[in-house]
Write a protein that binds this ligand. Structure first.
Ligand SMILES: *[C@@H]1O[C@H](CO)[C@@H](O)[C@H](O)[C@H]1NC(C)=O
Ligand SMILES: *[C@@H]1O[C@H](CO)[C@@H](O)[C@H](O)[C@H]1NC(C)=O
Ligand SMILES: *[C@@H]1O[C@H](CO)[C@@H](O)[C@H](O)[C@H]1NC(C)=O
Ligand SMILES: *[C@@H]1O[C@H](CO)[C@@H](O)[C@H](O)[C@H]1NC(C)=O
Ligand SMILES: *[C@@H]1O[C@H](CO)[C@@H](O)[C@H](O)[C@H]1NC(C)=O
Length: 880
């Protein structure tokens, strides 16, 4: 590959540039304009600089050279390029799509640079308009710059990147890198790395095949909009406003590093040191995930023995010629669909005449994980009809179990062969009737049918052999898994869950073996928590990392692909205030999630427990951390996540890390029946907003409400619903509020009390008495006002989480609670105290919470418009 051949570099670099000229170099260096500058009326050609292999500029630090170069010494295509001296790697070329011959010339005039071929025709130019050029400069960074008299830059090669960026260069949002066709042909290939305001992604003919944020090595640090991409001595970064880091890939420190879109279509980061290239990052790492690695419809399977994958044709197709990778229908009466607007005299415009050839099970397509599914819950004929009516559709992938339909768009690429033939995804290629005979003589279906017997003779025996082997493997796998599932785990193994292994979703976090986690948790010995999704155990991995292993129970069987997709999404949500998913295990019917371990446990134990009291500043930090984590979850466009279950139990603390939110995204794993109580919707994915009790939609403002309730608990240090008056200074302070917010049972509904104290301006009454005098009225006022705004009945009156963060940080003034949208607390406080009297026979918290939920249900059934927004955070989590 490109880098391999670039490895050996000259010993005398910086002094001698080119080995063949070694004997002449002393004179040449002084004779030729080897400075960082050339001035107008400079003319150069390859022939003129042949003794220096075309070099005519050398940056002052001697790191980069500009030359008229001839990549791979093919002697045909010449380019104006910038090259890193030590590694000899080209980092930029001017005329990549318009090479010139060795007789072509580069001119620098006061107008700018022009390049003309041997006949004098201009093939490329850089002509800044607003000022005249004084010099062409090669900067120490490798930037070729046209400057005016005042040394002001008029034009820079850094603004016109080709396939590479170097340290010191920025790739702005909206621009892209394009791969070169090969190491010797620099022309623009079909692969592009584009930068969007949230991600860097690779595309081929408009179809995405990789995203940086989904790579396991990319860490999302903040939710700012991306402004540009850089590579520097410590890694690869997507940066936002004022250079704030949005996504980072941290790498070993290096002096010279480039990010490059390779001719293969892979995005790589490579460093160069001690004369050697070191590939540090590559995406996608699986070369079968490259759109055209096996040509059109070629079926790609990884070859463990060699780095290059194997290519073959799927069933119903065969190579168009013995030497070709391109596959065509086996049945000569069909030919591949080509786009409606193609030049072939419109014969294929009528795409309703399309039929479909299946390529069989066990395949996937590179864009399936990145494109919207076309339809959901439809039958195959509907899926194919949609494709038939679409000129840009070249075929479909259909998942029978979920009725999902995915489209092959714009251009037909290679097919990925799944390691297991058990997935439920069936690919169909759109074909049309072949022209009946080749009267016009310009099509090759004739010789294809002649080749048929020969190809068949070669292919059939080997195909039969493969089929036999495949059947054997499948049978072995089945036996192994079902034994494991039934005997070891004590769970019946359902065939559909085995198929999980069939999916290779990019960005999936680490997959653990059940056995591994059994050992890590010492056979699930140390229970550290339990929630609606199942029990959580402490574990230690072989590398001594302590983890929390969540054993998910009662998970409905849903599409395997959906399960893995969700895991990939959750696993790729990285934020300092969100508990990181380290991996998962899905074997038989077992589902385990492996999380980072938070050594102080959940907020409820620390806030409501009997241990040392949480100081105000810590409470503020926890509030801020939680708010930032939530703001991050709500921010996303593509994967907006509504937590739906914000409560102190889901806020985890650590001695050395900020507070983190756990359990986000999990409700997506529930099946529809289970999620009727707690539904997370996927904001932009076309899922209808689920409703809760009334017609009000669940939005991210639902989380804001729950967060407000948590804030109130942080202020008081007690559960909102269970404050006992005798443990509070309230008793002496008998006022009207006492009567209205608490009942004879000694229970108080704290949110109502907070509203009343807010109205009276007596904020210190609200503070946790254990804080004594260590908190000021202003501090309590701030947090209380934010909390009350968050619990406004009308969701649209609640601030969004980004605003809450701003208020807690002190950047935005505290909001003014709107009493008219808080009056419901008075009603609710009354119902609460009534309910708690009912609940008094049973002192358990749960009983009271359940009866609270009953209040709600009853009032809803009674026709009053009690909305979901009445729910406290405890209620949302109550029945779990
Ligand atoms: C470059 O050539 C043009 C025309 O031949 C001439 O007018 C101009 O003065 C020259 N510039 C320099 C800097 O020599
Ligand atoms: C422009 O830059 C060159 C080389 O860097 C320097 O020699 C020259 O003095 C500068 N001219 C001005 C006007 O700053
Ligand atoms: C690389 O850039 C990141 C983000 O701007 C920065 O934090 C880091 O310090 C930089 N590293 C070097 C070696 O300049
Ligand atoms: C597929 O679904 C469509 C619409 O729901 C229906 O009209 C059609 O009969 C179905 N076809 C088959 C083969 O089930
Ligand atoms: C597709 O799914 C339907 C119902 O989900 C089932 O009846 C049918 O047998 C399945 N077809 C195939 C080919 O698996």
């Amino acid at each position: 590959m490109f880098f391999a051949s670039a490895a050996p570099s000259t010993l005398f670099m910086g002094f001698l540039l080119v080995l063949p000229t070694i004997f002449f170099s002393c004179t040449l260096v002084s004779a030729l304009p080897f400075s960082e500058l050339v001035y107008p009326n400079f003319t150069g050609s390859y022939l003129q600089f042949i003794d220096t292999s075309g070099v005519f500029l050398l940056s002052r630090n001697r790191t980069y050279k500009a030359s008229i170069c001839n990549p791979d010494a093919q002697q045909i295509n010449f380019y104006l390029c910038v090259i890193h001296v030590a590694s000899n790697i080209m980092i930029w070329s001017a005329n990549r799509d318009h090479p010139f011959s060795e007789a072509g010339k580069v001119y620098l005039t006061s107008k700018g640079i022009t390049i003309a071929n041997e006949t004098g025709n201009e093939v490329w130019s850089a002509l800044p308009t607003h000022s005249s050029v004084n010099a062409l400069l090669l900067s120490d960074m490798g930037n070729l710059v046209l400057v005016n008299q005042a040394n002001v830059s008029l034009w820079e090669s850094f603004h016109y990147p080709t396939d590479t960026i170097v340290i010191g260069q920025q790739l702005p949002v909206g621009t892209s890198l394009s791969g070169a066709v090969s190491a010797s042909d620099l022309s623009t290939s079909d692969y592009q790395l584009g930068l969007t305001s949230s991600d860097a992604r690779l595309q081929w003919h408009g179809q995405t095949y990789w995203k940086l944020s989904m790579d396991t090595r990319a860490y999302t640090v903040s939710g700012f909009m991306v402004e540009f991409m850089v590579v520097n001595g410590t890694g690869l970064y997507l940066l936002g406003h004022n250079g704030s880091v949005v996504v980072q890939v941290v790498l070993a420190s290096a002096d010279f590093r480039i990010a490059k879109l390779d001719a293969s279509g892979q995005f790589t980061v490579n460093s160069f040191s001690n004369g050697k290239w070191n590939q540090e990052f590559v995406g996608p790492s699986d070369s079968c995930r490259l759109p055209f690695v096996c040509d059109r419809i070629g079926q790609c399977s990884a070859n463990s023995a060699s780095k290059t994958p194997d290519c073959s044709c799927p069933s119903n197709f065969h190579p168009s010629s013995p030497s070709s990778n391109t596959c065509v229908p086996f049945d000569g009466s069909f030919s591949l669909f080509s786009a409606c607007n193609s030049s072939n005299n419109g014969s294929q415009v009528n795409s309703s005449a399309a039929s479909y050839l299946t390529i069989g099970y066990g395949h996937d397509y590179f864009s399936n994980d990145f494109s919207e599914r076309l339809e959901y819950g439809v039958n195959l004929s509907v899926c194919q009809e949609v494709c038939s009516g679409d000129c840009s559709c070249f075929g479909v992938f259909y998942e029978n179990s979920s009725g999902s339909c995915y489209k092959i768009e714009n251009k037909l690429g290679s097919i990925i062969s799944s390691t297991s033939s058990e997935n439920d995804l069936l690919g169909y290629i759109k074909v049309v009737a072949a022209p009946s005979t080749n009267f016009d003589g310009n099509n090759n279906s004739g010789d294809q049918s002649q080749e048929f017997p020969l190809v068949a003779l070669i292919l059939l025996p080997s195909a039969a052999c493969c089929v036999l082997i495949a059947i054997g493997l499948v049978w072995l796998r089945r036996r192994r898994i079902s034994k494991f599932g039934e005997v070891k785990l004590g769970h019946p193994s359902s065939p559909s869950s085995e198929e999980l292994d069939a999916f290779r979703i990019p960005g999936l976090p680490r997959r653990f073996d059940y056995k591994e986690l059994e050992v890590a948790t010492d056979n699930f010995k140390t229970l550290i928590g339990s929630g609606g999704f199942g029990a959580v155990y402490k574990g230690t991995l072989p590398d001594k990392t302590v983890v929390a292993v969540k054993k998910i129970t009662n998970l409905g069987i849903q599409g395997k692909r959906d399960f893995c997709t969700e895991i990939a999404v959750i696993g790729n949500i990285h934020h300092v205030n969100l508990v990181k998913l380290k991996g998962f295990c899905a074997q038989g019917s077992v589902r385990l999630l492996v999380y980072e371990y938070m050594n102080r446990g959940s907020l409820d134990r620390i806030l409501f427990g009997t241990g040392p009291v949480l100081e105000w500043q810590e409470r503020l930090n926890i509030a801020l951390g939680t708010a930032r984590g939530l703001a991050y979850l709500h921010r996303g466009c593509e994967h907006k996540i509504i937590h739906c279950d914000i409560k102190p139990e889901n806020i985890l603390l650590h001695d050395h890390f900020p507070a983190k939110i756990s359990d986000f995204g999990l409700s997506k794993l529930l099946n529809p029946e289970q999620s009727s109580l707690f539904t997370t919707m996927r904001g932009t994915r076309g899922y209808l907003a689920p409703e809760w009790l009334t017609s009000s939609a669940i939005t991210e403002k639902t989380d804001v409400y729950s967060f407000g309730m948590v804030l109130l608990e942080l202020v008081s240090g007690r559960k909102n619903c269970l404050l006992r008056t005798q443990s509070h200074s309230l008793e002496d302070d008998s006022t009207a509020s006492h009567a209205s917010s608490s009942s004879g049972s000694g229970l108080i509904y704290f949110p109502l009390f907070a509203l009343e104290m807010h109205e009276q301006g007596k904020y210190l009454e609200l503070a946790d008495p254990r804080l004594e005098n260590r908190v000021t009225s202003q501090e309590v006022e701030g947090m209380t006002r934010v909390a009350l705004c968050c619990v406004h009945e009308e969701p649209s009156l609640r601030p969004n989480m980004a605003t809450v963060v701003g208020m807690l940080e002190g950047r935005i003034p505290f909001c003014q609670p709107r009493v008219e949208s808080l009056n419901f607390l008075r009603f609710y406080g009354r119902r609460f105290t009534e309910a708690s009297m009912i609940g008094e026979q049973n002192r358990s918290n749960n009983a009271i919470l359940y009866s609270e939920a009953n209040v709600l249900l009853t009032s809803t059934a009674g026709g009053s418009h009690r909305s979901f927004s009445y729910m406290s955070s405890q209620q949302v989590s109550g029945p779990r």
